[in-house]
Design a protein around this ligand. Sequence first.
Ligand code: SAH
Length: 356
Amino acid sequence: MFDRHDLAEMELGELEQALESMGHARFHGRQLFQWVHKRGVTDFADMTDLGRELRSALAAAFRIATPDVIRRETSSDGTTKFLLRLEDGHLIESVYIPDTPAQTFCVSTQVGCAMKCGFCLTGKMGIIRNLTAGEIAGQVRVLTRELGMLQSRFNIVLMGMGEPLHNYDETMKALRILTDEYGFAMSPRRITLSTVGLLSGLEKLAREPIMPNLAISLHAPTDEQRGALVPINKKYGVADIIEACKRFPLKRRSRITFEYVMLAGVNDRPEDARRLARLLAGVKSKVNLIPLNAAAGIPFDRPSDETVNRFAEILAERHLTVSVRKSRGRDIRAACGQLIVEGQKRSAGQQLAVTM
Ligand code: SAH
């Protein structure tokens, strides 16, 4: 569809190589990378420290794909949801969450999601396609520009649409782009990868040079309960996930976060908390309880605050570190599990109209 290669999805090394093979000096790669990722410039004509000739050669060989902002909604708590359109017309959502206390960008890794967790709206879309590394990092590029945060510090959570380990290669490449010293220069400690627990991916991740913080979407202490909520549990069960977490090479003082979406009457009983505590004994963990963000189409209810607090107390009494996730952006459907883009399945004619 495109004859020019997307420069936004290239790592610095690839860029340097491409320049060399075009007969230009490798060091221009750093300049280019800085323009795109550090300064958010996407028009070659504006890259003033590159010669005129190089700029036109680049413009002939490359494009710089940048998602378009279609809609921007701000919640009463300041959380801002961006609806972004990709080059092929597909839509994704990214969320800015202020003051948590850090500034956080919640980024998508796929259009839709194949995991179909029973309480998550994105799962209802099914998987449409993987995002490229450029589209994953591009969300950060667009949000920093839109929010005037080019110079600010922020965290990234891969907790938007999609399962990052189901799009392993592009997600890792995006992390290399985001952490490159000539780009955003993010510390991997400021990035959290949240996964439903695809063990094949987790094992690869354990050997990566760039290691983000890890969050595991556990949601239930037994296979019976978890299997009813998270279909992939039939392949990778609770015990396997816990074993993999025990083996995961954590940095000193770091811990794995276990996310636990609380569903009334399903996984919120005191005995569930006690089982969870036993399961996590011996794992360097912290537990993040996420009271369900309810929505039409989700066949579960949010437990009462009392139930959530009691559950948290039981874990704390057993020496687990526990926090309850404050729900942000619920009034604009920007909260966890509420990201969904409706009506993506267009007819071929409409699809064409969007791409043009
Ligand atoms: N696929 C990855 C990352 C995206 S989901 C994963 O499963 O971790 C990010 C988090 O939001 C997960 O913990 C997920 O279980 C949670 N979540 C999904 N739907 C939710 C809902 N309706 N209410 C609260 N949290 C939800």
